[in-house]
Unconditional design. Sequence first.
Length: 207
Amino acid sequence: MMSPVRICLLLLGIYLCLLSGCKQRAKLPPLAGDAVLLAYGDSLTYGTGAGEKESYPAVLEQLTGHNVLNYGVPGEISADGLARLPGVLEHEKPSMLILCHGANDILRHMDQHEAADNLRGMIRLAKQRGIAVMLIAVPAFDLSLKPPEFYSEIAAEFGIPIEAKSLPRILGKGSLKSDYIHPNAAGYRQLAEDLAALLKKSGAIQN
């Protein structure tokens, strides 16, 4: 039987681990100066609710100095995104994929297991081509605004960085959204700033 002292030390170790973060932050390879980033998804990537130059890819391009391509298609479900992606990757040959998909699956109450598998398929397509991946979690469009668990599970499975707090925080604040599912210009700027910060924390951007 473990002594009280050892139990206390074990609990202290667990507490300190949780406090500092036991999981090592997922890292990305440093981006070359001419690296192209592919922002891929649906209307949240396209920038519905704001002007063309106010979408998160446009703002992220300004913040990072990297070319950020906007391949968002409003209304697209994840199955169609998976089918579309190979041609886009072949044509653009990006260094990084920023994946924000699944919102329309959630809105239409489609099978979340299928949505998760489609996201996995998109990530595999990128990784097979040596393309780094960063994931954006989409919230459930209800009072909780909590992203489905499969986003964090997929990020852990592939060891990729995930921005899971930005969209829930933005869509929970009236001044940052254009309607109940889309940010406005200020909201997209906040998302871009959060992604730029994550790129730095993950090592993709050095300065």
